[in-house]
Write a protein that binds this ligand. Structure first.
Ligand SMILES: Cc1cc2nc3c(=O)[nH]c(=O)nc-3n(C[C@H](O)[C@H](O)[C@H](O)COP(=O)(O)OP(=O)(O)OC[C@H]3O[C@@H](n4cnc5c(N)ncnc54)[C@H](O)[C@@H]3O)c2cc1C
Length: 324
């Protein structure tokens, strides 16, 4: 973790390990696994839901042939990402998902470089890279992802990423691809259409504030959506589709609230970012956040550590101690 003045906190990984996910192979692994569990894989683009017949039909464009096809169904899960066409077409409020834009470049990673360590994930809090979120250099074996996010219009994301690459000694590395995409800011108020459809993942808006972590939550949300769809298929009651949002927020709602208040408090200026990195020097902060990150729940077992962190937090937010 690197602060605006360049101070670095190395957060050691105790009792566990953090893996980087390579989406190219991971997403396909999930699709294969679904097929092995009995799913029929049909590849194409969702167009609309047709409700003229006795059962709803999903109308979609076949990727291989370009033809429009219709698949009859009793229940639909829309997991088509942050710009979800399913949410826009079917769910009240689904047109207005608030989001930040994230941009990254996948590059050929050097074995090691001036500012690059293949065994370290860098999270950069610096208003010159992102005035309201953060930048990152994440190694993925032979490649690395370098990028940043922001919700502020007019920020030049490519320029900021080029600056970050320069600061990390990565300017000369070959760029494999560039990707920019929205990251939703908060869970939608409604995930179902009150009839036969429920949303999951980015389509439902479930990305953790502060970190922008969405892969774990998309999968947890997918499980909640599947459970709700199963309950609906058994009972025939559309109200059962609401279970998805309720189950997910019961499990993760508090973590989302804490992370949102952290983002609101600390991501607003370089002074606050400096204080945030300073706070992360505290071993209790490191232990509690790491445990929360790995286990996806807040640790309640060490009340004294919470009190100590709370006091330090207040001292920083009230400006009673130096940022450093
Ligand atoms: C630059 C960037 C970096 C990120 N880094 C991280 C990270 O390090 N860690 C992390 O946890 N999260 C990260 N995230 C967030 C994470 O990628 C998402 O939260 C997560 O992928 C959400 O999963 P999902 O399945 O809901 O949506 P997606 O992964 O977006 O998948 C949606 C799928 O739906 C398909 N689709 C879209 N429209 C249609 C349509 N009309 N018809 C049919 N299919 C359609 C898409 O092709 C895609 O396959 C990052 C996001 C961005 C943009």
């Amino acid at each position: 973790m690197i602060s605006p003045t360049g101070r670095q906190v190395d957060i050691p990984i105790e009792n566990g390990f953090v893996g980087m996910i390579d989406r190219e192979t991971f997403d396909e692994f999930l699709r294969d696994r679904a097929a092995m569990a009995g799913a029929d894989r049909l590849t194409g683009t969702f167009l609309r839901v047709d409700r003229d017949g006795p059962t709803p039909r999903v109308i979609w464009r076949d990727k291989a042939t370009g033809e429009e096809r219709a698949t009859p169904t009793r229940a639909i899960i829309g997991a088509d990402g942050a710009r979800s066409a399913v949410a826009r077409a079917e769910v009240p409020g689904g047109r207005d998902i608030p989001y930040v834009i994230a941009y990254h470049e996948i590059i050929d990673a050097p074995e090691t470089g001036a500012g690059y360590d293949p065994d370290r994930c860098d999270v950069i809090y610096d208003g010159r890279i992102s005035p309201d979120f953060y930048g990152w250099v994440f190694p993925h074996g032979a490649r690395a992802s370098v990028g940043m996010g922001t919700g502020i219009d007019g920020i030049d994301l490519k320029r900021a990423t080029a600056d970050l690459r320069a600061a990390s000694g990565l300017t000369g590395c070959t760029t494999i691809r560039r990707e920019g995409a929205p990251i939703p800011l908060r869970p939608l108020d409604r995930w179902d259409n009150g009839r036969d459809l429920v949303l999951a993942g980015d389509a439902a808006g479930v990305v953790a504030p502060s970190s922008g972590e969405g892969i774990y939550y998309a999968m947890a949300c997918g499980r909640a959506a599947a459970t709700a769809a199963q309950a609906f298929l058994r009972s025939g009651r559309p109200a059962d589709l609401r279970l998805a949002r309720r189950m997910f927020l019961r499990e993760h709602g508090t973590v989302f609230k804490v992370l949102q208040s952290m983002q609101d408090a600390y991501y607003r200026s370089d002074d606050r970012r400096e204080r945030f990195v300073s706070l992360c020097h505290d071993i209790d902060v490191q232990r509690l956040t790491f445990e929360a990150y790995m286990n996806k729940r807040l640790v309640k077992a060490r009340p004294l550590a919470h009190v100590k962190i709370g006091v330090k937090n207040l001292a920083h937010l009230l400006g009673l101690v130096s940022p450093e």
